[in-house]
Design a protein around this ligand. Structure first.
Ligand code: SIN
Ligand code: FE2
Length: 203
């Protein structure tokens, strides 16, 4: 992994947040639910880019449209594409940017990001708003873990052997940032979904 603390200054965070607000107006936050059990996530989600990650009773998947509006996801902002080009060390474009919104009590259990075809691309994470405690383990669920804080403006790349490592968010520290209007946190993760140069089409 690679952690870039405070990579975005306050001005850049505000500009990006404005773009995310516009995206969420077009593609409203929805509450995903666990496959099979239908148990709702505490995190609300939306996406931008050609594909978006969704979860419901039938399973996890990437799809080209919003599950409630059935409209295509809004485009990935140029600002995010540029950060990917500068930092991801990967030749092709990201195809999905998952927008996670955490309220003060929300968390995310340990999981692997495993619905992509190409694990040579990193998971590119950018945090906005309140501090969060991120937990990173290994390839197996019961491998030892370590934890560290993710703060507003931080970028985290999960690459190499950490690309398939278990990770999650233990908790949010409400009121630690003044960026958002209300306590909470937004995390953006850009992902390459299909193998390079295939543009999402299967042959
Ligand atoms: C995720 O694993 O999808 C989100 C991680 C985070 O919120 O930092
Ligand atoms: Fe994840």
């Amino acid at each position: 992994m690679k952690l870039l603390p405070g990579h975005l200054d306050r001005k850049d965070q505000e500009a990006l947040l404005d773009e995310i607000r516009a995206i969420v107006k077009q593609a409203p936050l929805f509450t995903p639910s666990m496959p099979r059990t239908g148990q709702p996530f505490s995190v609300r989600m939306s996406n931008c880019g050609p594909l978006g990650w969704v979860s419901d009773k039938t399973g996890y998947r990437y799809q080209a449209t919003h599950p409630a509006t059935n409209k295509p996801w809004p485009a990935l902002p140029q600002r995010l594409l540029q950060l990917w080009h500068d930092l991801a060390n990967y030749d092709d474009e990201p195809q999905a940017c998952l927008i996670n919104h955490y309220h003060s009590d929300a968390k995310m259990g340990l999981h692997v990001d495993g619905d992509e075809e190409d694990f040579t691309a990193p998971i590119f994470s950018l945090s906005l708003g309140d501090d969060a405690r991120f937990r990173l383990g290994g390839a197996r669920r019961n491998d030892p873990t370590k934890s560290f804080m993710l703060r507003s403006g931080d970028i985290l790349l999960l690459n190499g052997s950490d690309r398939k490592a278990y990770h999650g968010i233990d908790r949010i520290y409400p009121g630690t940032s003044t960026l958002l209007k209300a306590p909470g946190r937004i995390n953006l993760t850009m992902r390459r979904v299909t193998k390079p140069y295939t543009n999402g089409m299967k042959d």
